[in-house]
Design a protein around this ligand. Structure first.
Ligand SMILES: NC(=O)c1ccc[n+]([C@@H]2O[C@H](COP(=O)([O-])OP(=O)(O)OC[C@H]3O[C@@H](n4cnc5c(N)ncnc54)[C@H](O)[C@@H]3O)[C@@H](O)[C@H]2O)c1
Length: 288
């Protein structure tokens, strides 16, 4: 056997490109999904956007086409399993292949465990976990039929890794997402399909800012600087950067992992910095 040539690397700047690939992004009409769609197009992929909001998705499709890539809008709710499967069939019929699936549609509202109705429980699980299973299964079948492997990227949350008061079902669903990612990575690895997660903490999307207009104020920025080690809230490009990496050949040997795109919250694990720049543990008053 020949010795490997240790003076050469097979990696080039082109290794990060997605040229010629087709990506499907659920919830691609806004926020993190829209950011990923724009980044994928900038790195060469054609993009299908599956969203309940057709108007928003059409605007993103326009941005993708503006980057010289093909775009397709599928108006569907990810909790409608038949519509989700039909959406994946449409991508195959119109674009002829599927290389990347981003399970991004999801979300929640604060709700106490004791107040959660059966309906609210089912809705949160359907949106944040069941849809991921259905889309992963259907997309993996399409990728296997294509014979080129693929990349599946799940947008979980840091709340899937820690407790989240007032978000019990959401956090449990996101934790399920993180573990489904691992099992799917094992079962799909032999087909060249890599499955990974991104776990953001706070990402200031328009919806977040609309729900809390104070989030852009200097006062709120100070709050973020206190508990986020990188000193600021996240943005869609922070997530898109991780998604491009996980979609591209740069991560050819990465599967079953969760990348925390959280500005360091997971590492800080209770440590915060007060307004005088002093480190405190669990907002306690003792000095360190
Ligand atoms: N924004 C954050 O701070 C944050 C933090 C951690 C995790 N996340 C996760 O990131 C993902 C995206 O969040 P975001 O903040 O960008 O959301 P967003 O509200 O800004 O955008 C969500 C998009 O998904 C679409 N959508 C919503 N429900 C849908 C459904 N049932 N079927 C199809 N499309 C649907 C919406 O129309 C919208 O275009 C979610 O899974 C969320 O849980 C977000």
């Amino acid at each position: 056997m020949n010795e490997p040539d240790v003076t050469q690397t097979a990696l080039t700047p082109a290794s990060i490109l997605l040229t010629g690939q087709v990506a499907l992004i659920t919830g691609g009409g806004a926020g993190i999904g829209r950011g990923i769609a724009m980044a994928f197009a900038a790195f060469g992929a054609d993009v299908a956007l599956l969203d309940v909001n057709a108007e928003a998705a059409e605007l993103v499709a326009g941005l993708v086409r503006g980057k010289g890539r093909r775009a397709m809008v599928i108006t569907a709710d990810v909790t409608d399993r038949a519509a989700l499967r039909a959406g994946i069939d449409r991508v195959m019929a119109e674009f002829g292949r599927l290389d990347i699936l981003v399970n991004n549609a999801g979300g929640t509202r604060p709700l106490a465990l004791l107040d959660t109705s059966d309906r609210q429980l089912d809705r949160r699980i359907d949106l944040n976990l069941t849809s991921l299973f259905t889309a992963t299964q259907a997309a993996a079948k399409a990728m296997i039929a294509g014979g080129r492997g693929g990349a599946i990227i799940n947008i979980a949350s840091i709340e899937g890794l820690r407790a989240a008061p007032m978000h019990s079902v959401y956090a449990a669903a996101k934790a399920g997402m993180v573990n489904l990612t691992r099992t799917a990575a094992l079962e799909l690895g032999e087909h060249g399909i890599r499955v990974n997660c991104i776990a953001p903490d706070v990402v200031l999307t328009e919806a977040m800012v609309k729900a809390n207009p104070r989030s852009l104020t200097p006062e709120f920025k100070r709050v973020h600087a206190g508990y986020l080690p990188l000193g600021r809230a996240g943005n869609f490009d922070d997530c898109a950067g991780a998604a491009v990496f996980l979609a591209s050949a740069m991560s050819a040997y990465v599967t079953g992992v969760t990348i925390n795109v959280d500005g360091g919250t997971w590492a800080s694990s209770g440590w915060t910095k007060d307004k005088d720049g002093k480190w405190r543990l669990f907002a306690n008053d003792f000095d360190v």
